[in-house]
Ligand binder design. Structure first.
Ligand code: UDP
Ligand code: MG
Length: 155
């Protein structure tokens, strides 16, 4: 337990479908703090690093193209256990398998065009935040609502 930061990317499918505000709103309503936010055009180099575990898979060229179709919105989100909380909110990779109530379950019908990327653990969160944000782009302010979001011994 403790405050953690995690990386979310709103994928080009989300940008194209006019869902940027709606998806950011889901994270805000949950109570996560937006510590960093920006639009970025991804390229081959950053995608080959970010999806290094998938280079060589048959769908990789298509995945790369889909991730470069428009800029993405990168978010650094903070909350207690934020890495796991955000992965649960995203749901399983394939939007057809993800349950209603999850972001992918509610907004996608694809195993690729699945709305968000979310870091899958503490090491990847650290590496991915450093990949997409300069240190000074992650802002250390505190929400005045913390006492309404958590019990005092939770964070
Ligand atoms: N992906 C795909 N086809 C597949 C598996 C994954 O196009 O068969 C894409 C999909 O957009 C997914 C991304 O590759 O979100 C990263 O895959 P990963 O297994 O890391 O899933 P995630 O962590 O995003 O749930
Ligand atoms: Mg992944």
């Amino acid at each position: 337990m403790g405050l953690e930061k995690t990386l979310v990317l709103l994928k080009p499918c989300t940008v194209n479908r006019g869902l940027i505000g709606e998806i950011i709103g889901i994270f805000e309503k949950k109570g996560l703090r937006i510590a960093g936010m920006k639009m970025m055009q991804l390229d081959d180099a950053i995608l080959e690093e970010h999806y290094a575990h998938l280079v060589g898979r048959p769908f990789f060229p298509g995945l790369k193209r889909s991730m470069m179709a428009t800029p993405v919105v990168a978010l650094a989100l903070e909350g207690v256990d934020a890495i796991e909380v955000v992965r649960q909110m995203a749901g399983p990779t394939n939007g057809r398998k993800a349950l209603p109530g999850t972001i992918r379950g509610d907004y996608s019908v694809s195993g690729q065009q699945n709305i968000v990327h979310a870091s899958d653990g503490p090491e990847t969160a650290k590496a991915e935040l450093a990949r997409f944000f300069k240190p000074e782009e992650i802002l250390e302010y505190s929400l005045c609502t913390m006492g309404s979001l958590y019990a005092s011994d939770e964070y």
